[in-house]
Write a protein of this length. Sequence first.
Length: 202
Amino acid sequence: MPLLGPAHPLPARPARVLVAGTSGAGKTSTARRIAERLGVQHVEIDALYHGPGWTPRPTFEADVQRFVAEPSWVTEWQYASVRAALAERADLLVWVDLPRARVMQQVVVRTVVRRRRRQELWNGNVEPPLWTILTDREHIVRWAWTTHRKTAARVADLRRRRPDLPVVRLRSWPEIEHWISGPMTRLPAGGASGRGATDLAT
């Protein structure tokens, strides 16, 4: 199936949507809007992964397996241990492919604001002190920079493995807005065909 853009109609009404993109690209905000448009649940996968003290929750993989078995959802496509399970059940992938400069601007501003406000994220966690960007190789700002190119490779690999899966590539916020207010408002009746494609809305 050819790569779709912000103006292309979807071939079928999706029930299970993955949103791909590097850290800070805007996956979660995009996923929330898609879920609202479809009238299905948004499962924020970071909330399932992070336990207190930024430790991985021991039930993470089981929790993911449980929700992906449900008929409809929207979530972010991340975490190596569950990417395959998520991709197997999805009937649409939305790739938020913003330029690296734009992503870095977003992730730096977001990180600073969260830290200054001591904003609670998941299970009591807050952003660490800003100076840890110098000492922590997995600091979110460094992570966003070093992993930016990896999403494209993952999407390309998924398209080879799931040629039936529609993939929409959105390369700017105007494109995201155009797609949500355009093709996402003119969805075909009924569910997608193929792998796990029963159309049951929540």
